[in-house]
Design a protein around this ligand. Structure first.
Ligand SMILES: Cc1cc2nc3c(=O)[nH]c(=O)nc-3n(C[C@H](O)[C@H](O)[C@H](O)COP(=O)(O)OP(=O)(O)OC[C@H]3O[C@@H](n4cnc5c(N)ncnc54)[C@H](O)[C@@H]3O)c2cc1C
Length: 402
């Protein structure tokens, strides 16, 4: 039966959700407080090339491919050379930064060790117990840091792997197998990620009602709404609206991220690559760097090289000049050369990422409870976003599928 769906927040979460409901034949109204749609995702065209404001790519699955075909968006696959991914460990670039012994231990932890989460341990301590310190420090720390925008001591395993059974009966391998869906690598689009937003809008516009300049301001307001309500606003904006519904330990911690896109004359690494991930204590402030022009065609004009550096909140850094100097210093640690950039573009997102820690785990439990209480009262209201079951676009796409 055709349902009436009201979606608040037209970032990618709201747009994906609107897409899924349109496919089901529902009647959708999308409300957005800004004038523009897409939330943090946008691509700026500058004279040196493309500058992504947030996501640089999306992990492709069969369902995402179907959606892209539907909205008429051509997929841009990465160049072959970008298969190379580096870790910067012990001041060196390495593709396999652990010893054979640590690698064997990692295999044991994945295939044979019973998977157990401990609510009071942060990810770093849990990782040391589960995989050993070498794997945790040299592989997991750099890999997750770049995705979650922070260091392992600010994350919690149970929150990051919320779909896994960590009660001590399963193994990591079994959980990966259970949750696995075939993926086809990270892709982008000819004019960058902004294409995804513009094509979704073009597809949805004739099929749904879109109201901009409309802001969700209270829970009681949506409880009165006729039809089903989907809350897709960011956690930063949702937390004050929820107010005292969240106990202090359920209040999420929010992380600030800065991205710096740098255009220069030379490549960061000798061979082209996807990017470099940085461990803790390597003398580098960045969490990771993506080598955009090695990764995708059409990211630069002429022979320039483009890199996007990702930073956690840096205390005391306020001006673009200070940020530029940090990027150049970080870069010099890798290249052993100081080369002036052609241009640098910086974006800072205050509180953009939910910290995937214990508070977020408890916050999500409370949101599940609130949804269940609404259901008992005959109300169909649900929360969606990058704080529910994964921060990336692929997770958001999957969790918004009805
Ligand atoms: C720097 C950076 C790099 C990233 N890189 C990647 C990547 O490479 N790959 C990947 O998969 N993911 C990446 N991500 C993650 C991904 O981009 C985000 O998780 C995702 O875009 C979040 O989308 P959203 O719609 O949930 O939130 P938002 O984009 O924040 O959208 C929320 C929308 O709700 C609106 N809104 C807010 N409050 C209200 C209100 N009260 N009433 C009505 N509307 C409201 C906002 O205006 C906004 O339009 C990255 C994120 C960042 C910040």
């Amino acid at each position: 039966m055709k349902e009436e769906i009201h979606i608040y927040g037209a970032g990618i979460t709201g747009l994906f959700l609107a897409y899924h409901h349109v496919k089901r034949g529902d009647s959708v109204t999308l409300y957005e407080e800004n004038k523009t749609l897409g939330g943090v995702i946008a691509t700026k065209k500058v004279k040196e090339g493309l500058v992504e404001q947030a996501a640089n790519g999306i992990l492709l699955t069969k369902d995402i491919k179907t959606m892209l075909d539907d909205i008429g968006l051509k997929t841009l696959f990465p160049k072959k050379a970008s298969k190379r991914r580096y870790f910067f460990i012990n001041k060196n670039l390495s593709q396999f930064p652990i010893s054979l012994f640590a690698g064997t231990k990692l295999l044991y932890s994945i295939f044979l060790k019973k998977l157990k989460f401990y609510p009071n341990l942060n990810f770093e301590d849990w990782g040391n117990i589960t995989f050993g310190s070498s794997v945790t420090k040299n592989i997991i720390e750099p890999a997750l840091g770049g995705i979650y925008g922070t260091r392992l001591n600010e994350l919690q395993a149970e929150t990051v792997f919320s779909k896994w059974d960590g009660s001590g009966t399963s193994t990591i391998f079994k959980e990966i197998k259970k949750n696995k869906m075939k993926t086809y690598g990270t892709v982008s689009f000819p004019n960058g990620m902004g294409d995804l937003v513009s094509h979704l809008i073009a597809y949805l516009s004739p099929k749904i009602k879109i109201q901009t300049g409309v802001s969700l301001s209270s829970i009681s307001e949506i409880e009165k709404q006729k039809g089903s309500v989907r809350i897709c606003i960011s956690l930063k904006k949702l937390t004050p609206i929820l107010g005292n519904l969240l106990n202090p330990e359920e209040k999420p911690n929010l992380l600030t991220i800065s991205t710096v896109t740098r255009f220069g004359e030379t490549r960061l690494t000798k061979k082209p690559c996807f990017g470099v991930l940085f461990g803790k204590g390597e003398g580098i402030k960045a969490l990771g760097v993506l080598c955009n022009s090695d990764l995708f065609e059409g990211r630069v004009t002429g022979h320039l090289h483009s890199e996007t550096w990702i930073y956690p909140k840096l205390d005391g850094i306020t001006t673009d000049k200070e940020m530029e100097s940090i990027v150049e210093t970080d870069r010099e640690v890798i290249t052993k050369n100081r080369e002036k950039a052609k241009a640098i573009y910086k974006t800072t997102w205050e509180g953009v990422f939910p910290a995937y820690d214990r508070n977020l785990f408890l916050c999500n439990q409370k949101l599940d409870e609130i949804e269940a209480n609404w259901k008992k009262q005959g109300l169909d209201i649900q929360f969606f976003g990058n704080y529910r079951k994964g921060i990336g676009l692929r997770s958001i796409f999957e969790t918004t599928m009805p």
